[in-house]
Design a protein around this ligand. Structure first.
Ligand SMILES: [Zn+2]
Length: 401
């Protein structure tokens, strides 16, 4: 498994200048390569491969001191990113999703470069908090080495510019943890009112400060798009906004990480609905679209967390099929709109919080898919929908053996 470690770096003024110039050169290459692909398609209906484009780098670098001053890793990686963009584009067409043709990148829109051929000792002068990072073709850059890299093969170094400053992302290949047997599993449903509800009826709310900050940002974003493109005020505002975006993203990441960790500290497996299968409709409801986006990142956090936890835990994804409409008590269909928060079944008399009912169904689908390996408790006593216990009392589900 490859893990990424992020560190803040402090390039000097001259180094910053070089990095900026190189990022802009990458942007240039990216745009040229994109134009090449686009023109070839429009004029001849043909396509250009990554290899063809990478081969064109050799004469370019041979004929210019500027281009040869850039590391070949970085240029190849730029072309690879474009190639990835095109592959994703074709995959989306095939799946009948929104297409999203790869776009030309405007000034400042290319933000990172990746090196794969690195110095044997990537970090030098380790002692205190500050050390030196060896960036290929550039030399040593001050780095805040706040936590040690694990033992393992270092794969890549990505130097990234963010609104708050410069960062180094280092990927390291570490050993996979063997998967644990599933003894306890929990189903998780996503909601608008609470961030998630488990099949045990536990709820995790949306942190209010995060929700507020997200809504505020989205509104400000709309103001920016109304401002005059070239104005100085707009540019300043955009930078401020980018910094706030980064801050909120960090807060969200922190919240997701803690929530995922809490779930995995109590259960061996977490079951969620696979949103990639749902053809997620782009909706214009602000809060809803934010919660959908957050849910996507949370699932990937769960995935990383499952691998990273020492025991090798599981994230199970099930196809979303009417889990909110089916009664978890008797299997009867109980049609209700999104506004109806409580599930009431006329067949078996079950009264349950809507999301709780859905979470039980999600867990049940996973159990069925795994040949009934996960035994799901029936909610035999109708629980009060205001029941909002926190994660303190795990009542793990029994698993058939
Ligand atoms: Zn029922």
């Amino acid at each position: 498994m490859v893990k990424t470690y992020q560190y803040r770096i402090y390039p000097t003024k001259a180094q910053t200048q070089t990095l900026e110039t190189q990022l802009d050169a990458c942007r240039n290459i990216y745009n040229q390569a994109l134009a090449w692909r686009k023109n070839t398609y429009e004029q001849k209906g043909g396509s250009v491969s990554y290899v063809q484009q990478a081969n064109a780098l050799t004469p370019l670098r041979g004929g210019s001191t500027f281009w040869s001053s850039l590391h070949s890793d970085v240029l190849q990686d730029t072309l690879r990113r474009l190639d990835k963009g095109f592959k994703a584009f074709f995959r989306r067409i095939k799946a009948g999703e929104n297409r999203g043709y790869p776009r030309f990148k405007g000034q400042g829109r290319y933000r990172s470069m990746t090196f794969s051929h690195l110095a044997k000792t990537l970090i030098r002068g380790i002692g205190g908090r500050m050390a030196r990072l060896v960036v290929p073709k550039m030399g040593e850059v001050k780095i805040c080495y706040h936590r040690p890299l694990p033992n393992g093969n270092i794969k890549t170094l990505t130097v990234q510019r963010k609104a708050s400053g410069w960062y180094a992302n280092i990927t390291v290949e570490v050993d996979d943890v063997p998967k644990a047997a599933i003894e306890t599993a929990v189903g998780v449903d996503v909601g608008l009112e609470s961030f998630l509800t488990t099949s045990e009826g536990e709820k995790v709310g949306n942190p209010r400060h995060l929700r507020r900050a997200e809504l505020k940002l989205k509104r400000k974003q709309r103001i920016v798009s109304r401002r005059k493109k070239t104005s100085h005020r707009r540019r300043k505002f955009v930078h401020e906004l980018a910094k706030q975006h980064e801050h909120v993203a960090n807060q969200r990441k922190d919240f997701h990480g803690k929530t995922a960790h809490r779930l995995y500290s109590e259960y061996d497996a977490v079951v969620v609905e696979d949103l990639q299968i749902t053809n997620m409709v782009k909706n214009h409801h602000l809060a809803k679209s934010i919660s959908d986006a957050a849910w996507g990142t949370f699932i990937s956090t769960l995935g990383t967390c499952a691998k990273a936890e020492n025991a090798g835990l599981h994230l199970l994804c099930v196809p979303p099929h009417g889990t909110s409409q089916i009664c978890s008590g008797c299997g009867e269909k109980v049609i209700k709109s999104l506004a109806v928060r409580i599930h009431r079944c006329n067949s078996c008399g079950l009264v349950l919080d809507r999301d709780h009912n859905a979470a039980i169904n999600i867990l049940r689908v996973a159990s069925t898919l795994r040949g009934g390996a996960l035994v799901v408790n029936s909610p035999n006593e109708a629980r009060n929908h205001t029941d909002t216990r926190s994660f303190t009392s795990p009542r793990a589900l029994a698993v058939g053996s």
